[in-house]
Write a protein that binds this ligand. Structure first.
Ligand code: NAD
Ligand code: UFG
Length: 338
């Protein structure tokens, strides 16, 4: 029995490989290296002390996928592979629909053919859109998304639900991540964005290490305690452990089930900056700039369903997230370039 992890060389995927191996699962990893380095996988092997099959393959490559299912007995797929940059998705919508939606359809088709009908899918809190109030519950309406990236997540959720209706043998777990940050506590693997980071935490750590002169804080006039945006930051290792519980669940159940993976606690931009400075003893200069279009004031989860059904909840604090990000950033100033 093995679990196929698509996008297993990426940020969340590499941490999930480690937690799945630690929980005793056998894994097979697939990635096309579009946004990842082979060094990440070497380090996963080194940290876990385990070896496993890897395939350099694109999820849109039907023949490549068939080969993986023919050569391995795959019981479930944890599906991370996809493109994830919101701004880029506005410039390149067709690439996002092709990769994320098209790739997932191809993957599901090959899975069904091989008789593997269990999937854990990386969705996003972005599917809740702009108007639902936080804390966000899994039962709230979705689909009011504002960019092609978010729309791919919404469309894939709907496709996977339809697949479960069409064939009751399918088991699909839709995981809506809030804001994953942090890194493995060894400092050996972490987030390695290409070019200028879009997200707050990688930007903070690149300012702290001197790669960028200052952080732009996108607006301080939101209706929040200090005026800056509030998000539910979740440590990537907690998130990875959530996938272990979701896999346990998917192997025992059928149908489609949705879970938020978050802490239930909101943190503002300035709180995150101050915590990073305090726990790491570094300076993060910032300037307040206008709001970023499409941003909302506040977004945090109601995490109780995952706690009740998956027996999973987060353990790590925002301090841990800041410390572990800095350990990774300062020990690997150029990411996975050795
Ligand atoms: P990542 O870019 O680090 O990982 C994605 C991996 O998929 C990369 O290793 C990339 O090379 C690979 N990949 C991309 N397209 C592929 C294809 N067509 N075939 C095979 N491999 C392909 O991103 P991440 O932060 O680890 O995110 C993982 C998943 O979680 C994504 O689906 C993302 O949309 C979702 N997600 C991420 C966040 C976040 O803030 N990081 C939030 C919500 C949801
Ligand atoms: N921010 C700044 N300066 C920056 C970057 C971000 O002030 O340089 C602020 C944003 O305005 C926001 C907060 O920091 O208030 C967090 O922004 P991120 O870009 O880190 O994260 P988002 O919540 O905007 O987006 C993330 C993922 C998306 C996902 C969304 C909802 O990047 O993929 O959460 O789940 F869709």
């Amino acid at each position: 029995m093995a679990i196929l992890i698509t996008g297993g060389c990426g940020f969340i995927g590499s941490h999930t490989c480690i937690e799945m191996l630690a929980a005793g699962y056998d894994i097979v990893v697939l990635d096309n290296y579009y946004n990842a380095s082979p060094i990440a996988l070497q380090r996963v092997k080194e940290l876990s002390g385990r070896d496993f099959p890897f395939y350099e393959c694109d999820i849109r490559d039907e023949a490549g996928l068939r080969k993986i299912f023919a050569e391995n007995k795959i019981d479930a797929v944890i599906h991370f592979a996809g493109l994830k940059a919101v701004g880029e998705s506005v410039q390149k919508p067709l690439e996002y629909y092709d990769n994320n939606v098209g790739g997932t359809v191809t993957l599901c088709r090959v899975m069904a053919e091989a008789g593997c009908k269990r999937m854990i899918f990386s969705s996003s809190a972005t599917v809740y859109g702009m108007s639902n109030p936080s804390p966000l519950l899994e039962t709230y309406h979705t689909g009011e998304v504002t960019n092609p990236y978010g729309r791919t997540k919404y469309i894939i959720e709907e496709i996977l639900k339809d697949v479960c209706v069409s064939d009751p043998a399918w088991s699909v777990v839709l995981l809506r991540y809030f804001n994953p940050i942090g890194a493995h506590e060894s400092g050996r693997i972490g987030e390695n964005p290409n070019g200028i980071p879009n997200n707050l935490m990688p930007y903070i750590s690149q300012v702290a290490i001197g790669k960028r002169p200052f952080l732009s804080v996108f607006g301080d006039d939101y209706d929040t305690p200090d005026g800056t945006g509030v998000r539910d930051y979740i440590h990537v290792v907690d998130l990875a452990k959530g996938h272990v519980r979701a896999t346990d669940f998917a192997l025992k159940n059928t149908g489609a089930e949705v879970f938020n993976l978050g802490t239930g606690k909101g943190t503002s931009v300035l709180e995150l900056v101050k915590t990073f400075e305090r726990v790491n003893g570094v300076a993060v200069p910032y300037k307040v700039t206008p709001r970023r279009p499409g941003d909302i004031a506040t977004c945090y989860s109601d995490p109780h369903k995952a706690e009740a059904v998956l027996q999973w909840k987060t353990e790590k604090t925002v301090e841990d997230m800041c410390r572990d990000t800095w350990r990774w950033q300062s020990q690997n100033p150029n990411g996975f370039e050795e």
